[in-house]
Design a protein around this ligand. Structure first.
Ligand code: NAD
Ligand code: MG
Length: 341
């Protein structure tokens, strides 16, 4: 094991801002990432135009925030750096609408590599294709920037037609605040495959399934759903907060020795290592991507079914009742929040 980072971390001082100074940036979309990145760029003195459809309900918000708004096609035509911050599933259609505005030497930039890595968008060879991905939801990208801080981020270069792609991505990362916290370099392939694996096996899929099956195991054995909810879902946050603050050791140090011994000896039994490897393979060989693309083309029949079952699960009803009991707690938290939040 090494105590060094396995990769270089870039900070503000490593960046040559001239790579973005005289360029116009089109931010397509004004959702979580779009609103944050567009405003941070604007505050950093970068020329920004937000690309939104005439019918978009986000238009008013962008204009209220003092930003210039145009259609995606005209924003892209005018801009040198075109940033895809619409949902991943609609990016191929938006790309068709803006493709003519991608001139030789322009940059097409992403915050997630799905559509490039799985060939859903195939830009011509004379444009740069890059990624600047804050590792944080948009509201924190904005809030930390306003406080003079930033969120960590990734950069990647898929296609370097100009020879400047990497420097420009770093300059963009600085303008949205990421190099204040640290930026590491990756590839589209690594970002996509680790991201999909993480959300399926561990974060979104793994954790919810573990909570649900834990809850069902207790309820099926005759314990009360309320007790099962507290044990399997509510307390999860306390454990994850400790892991986030100080890693697994901080968590083990904070729980009882009984919990530590029981956890260390029994945890392995609930994890299916082969299942995890199967998930990773389906990400790597494109099977998952093909399934999800076909699912979207068919108007999401399986997605709707899974979502319905999740909504109807007993843990949702018990949770809704029990969370009412905590309402006073959240109200108190809000009163204590700093004014700039
Ligand atoms: P979002 O869903 O919050 O916002 C998308 C915005 O796109 C909408 O607000 C709207 O302005 C616009 N839009 C929606 N449908 C459209 C359509 N049919 N045509 C044109 N515009 C449309 O999206 P997001 O979460 O900010 O994600 C944007 C990109 O950033 C994605 O590639 C995502 O993977 C990536 N990303 C997101 C996060 C995050 O925390 N949300 C973090 C890192 C990377
Ligand atoms: Mg252009």
């Amino acid at each position: 094991m090494t105590d060094e980072f396995t990769t270089d971390v870039h900070y503000d001082d490593d960046v040559d801002e001239s790579y973005i100074e005289d360029r116009t940036v089109a931010v397509l979309g004004y959702g979580s990432q779009g609103h944050a990145q567009a405003q941070n760029l604007d505050d950093s003195g970068v020329d920004v135009v937000v690309g939104l459809r005439n019918s978009s309900s986000s238009r008013a918000a962008a204009e209220e925030d003092g930003l210039r708004v145009a259609t995606p096609a005209s924003a892209a035509a005018e801009a040198d750096i075109i940033v895809m911050l619409v949902p991943d599933t609609v990016q191929p259609a938006v790309y068709d609408a803006i493709e003519d505005g991608l001139d030789a030497g322009d940059t097409l930039q992403f915050a997630h590599g799905f559509n490039i890595h799985y060939g859903q968008i195939e830009p011509s060879e004379d444009v740069d294709v890059t990624m600047v991905a804050p590792k944080s939801p948009g509201h924190l990208v904005r809030r930390t920037y306003e406080r003079g801080e930033g969120t960590p981020g990734l950069i990647a270069v898929e296609q370097d037609a100009t020879g400047d792609a990497r420097q420009e991505a770093l300059a963009y990362a600085k303008a949205v605040g990421c190099t204040r916290a640290g930026v590491i370099e990756t590839t589209f392939q690594e970002e996509v495959e680790t991201d999909l694996f993480g959300e399926q096996a561990v974060l979104c899929g793994g954790v919810t399934e573990m909570v649900k099956v834990g809850f069902e195991t207790l309820v099926d054995a005759g314990y009360s759903p309320e007790m099962a909810y507290f044990e399997c879902l509510n307390e999860l946050k306390l454990i994850v907060d400790l892991m986030y603050e100080g890693g697994h050791m901080e968590m083990w140090n904070s729980v009882s020795d009984t919990a530590e011994y029981g956890g260390l000896t029994r945890g392995e039994e609930v994890i299916d290592r082969e299942g995890m490897e199967t998930i990773l393979e389906a990400v790597q060989n494109g099977e998952f991507a093909r399934e999800w693309i076909a699912e979207n083309q068919a108007n999401r029949p399986a997605y709707k079914q899974y979502r319905g079952a999740e909504q109807d699960h007993e843990i949702e009803r018990v949770g809704a009742r029990l969370r009412e009991l905590f309402a006073w707690d959240e109200a108190a938290d809000k009163h204590e929040a700093p004014a700039d939040d």
